[in-house]
Each structure stands twice: as structure tokens, then as C-alpha cells.
Design a protein around this ligand. Structure first.
Ligand code: GLN
Length: 192
């Protein structure tokens, strides 16, 4: 099985390394050709406005939507990737581009300046021991739809969720040595 990491901007190599450590074939996805060859796609952290504009320009956004809706592509959005997956965005830029696949409202930069970056231990529903989560100018989920399963929550709100073949985290699992969230995504890709 081949899993891609969207490689237009943001934290790409760390995700590729984590996927490789989980023994899957991981590739950088930069164009439609490489997107067609993968069964899962990680959308990394970065700047959601930049990533969103570039995937529209490169003709990737439509293909991601189409393949996910057809059930042949699982998508894992981390941080900026969460913003891109959301149906609704609070505090987005004017004309903020989005994929709009997941039935969630996401508030960008939800922790404000006081707490721009931080690390915390959290309980993740499918894991039996806590996970160290790194947050960097992170978004948070509001109003999850009925189809959305909450996987992790902190006092400020929901920070990890799944809707069928869509997985999302506000934090950066590629920045710790723990491979369990990537492994969880790989299992979702295998279920397609
Ligand atoms: N705040 C960024 C955004 O909205 C996301 C930050 C990140 O991915 N680390 O796009």
C-alpha cells in the first residue's frame, strides 16, 4: 500500500519518515499523477491559506474531493490540514480556500498568542496509554456533525476526530517519536 504526503508547503519529511517507520511505502504528492497512485493522503501542518491556494492551482483539490467521496482515498489532515478539511472555518482569511470534506467547524489559531505553541499529554480514544501532543498555532473543532467521532479533547475543545475515511488532529503527531496516530491512519487506509 502506498500513502502520500501532500508536498506543496509545510511539514512533509517528518510525515514521510513516520509512515516509513510504520513500514508503508510513503511518497511526496505534488501533482495529479502521484495523487492517483496513493490510497491515503496526509495533509501536513503549514499555512492553510497557502496550501489551499496551491492545491487549487495544481488541480489537486478537485481530485482529492472526488477520490475521497468515491471512497478510494483516505485523508489525514494535521493542523493546517484540519482547517483545509473543514466544511466551515472561523477566523479564516478572505476567500480562504478549503476542501470542505469533513462535517466540522474549525476555529483557526484557537489558542491565541499567549499559548501559541505547547505540548500536553492527552487521551486518544483508540489508544490505551496517553499521547504527547504538540500544538503550534493550532485550530480547534467546534460543532462536529453527527457522523463525526471525537477521538481526543482538551479543556479548550476537540483536537482529534474521525469521519469515515477522514482523520484529523489539531496537533502534530509527526513531531514526536510515537507512531500510533500514523498507524491508526494506515489502518483506516487498509479498510477502504
Ligand atoms: N495556523 C495555521 C493555519 O491556519 C496552522 C498552523 C500549523 O499548521 N502549525 O493555517
Amino acid at each position: 500500500m502506498k500513502i502520500g504526503v501532500l508536498s506543496v508547503q509545510g511539514a512533509v519529511t517528518e510525515h514521510i519518515r513516520h509512515l516509513e517507520r510504520c513500514s508503508v511505502n510513503a511518497v511526496a504528492v505534488k501533482n495529479r499523477e502521484s495523487l492517483k497512485s496513493v490510497s491515503g493522503l496526509v495533509i501536513p501542518g503549514g499555512e492553510s491559506t497557502t496550501i489551499g491556494k496551491l492545491i487549487e492551482t495544481f488541480g489537486l483539490a478537485d481530485l482529492i474531493r472526488e477520490r475521497n467521496r468515491q471512497g478510494s482515498l483516505a485523508v489525514f489532515g494535521t493542523c493546517a490540514g484540519m482547517v483545509l478539511l473543514a466544511k466551515n472555518i472561523i477566523d479564516g482569511c478572505k476567500g480562504q480556500p478549503k476542501l470542505g470534506l469533513m462535517d466540522i467547524t474549525v476555529k483557526r489559531n484557537a489558542f491565541g498568542r499567549q499559548r501559541e505553541s505547547f505540548e500536553t499529554e492527552l487521551d486518544f480514544k483508540t489508544l490505551n496509554t496517553p499521547l504527547t501532543a504538540v500544538f503550534i498555532r493550532a485550530p480547534i473543532i467546534k460543532n462536529p456533525g453527527a457522523e463525526v467521532e471525537t477521538l481526543a479533547e482538551i479543556p479548550e475543545g476537540i483536537v482529534a476526530a474521525r469521519q469515515g475515511s477522514l482523520l484529523t488532529t489539531s496537533f502534530h503527531p509527526e513531531l514526536t517519536e510515537d507512531l500510533r496516530v500514523h498507524q491508526f491512519f494506515i489502518n483506516i487506509c487498509r479498510e477502504l
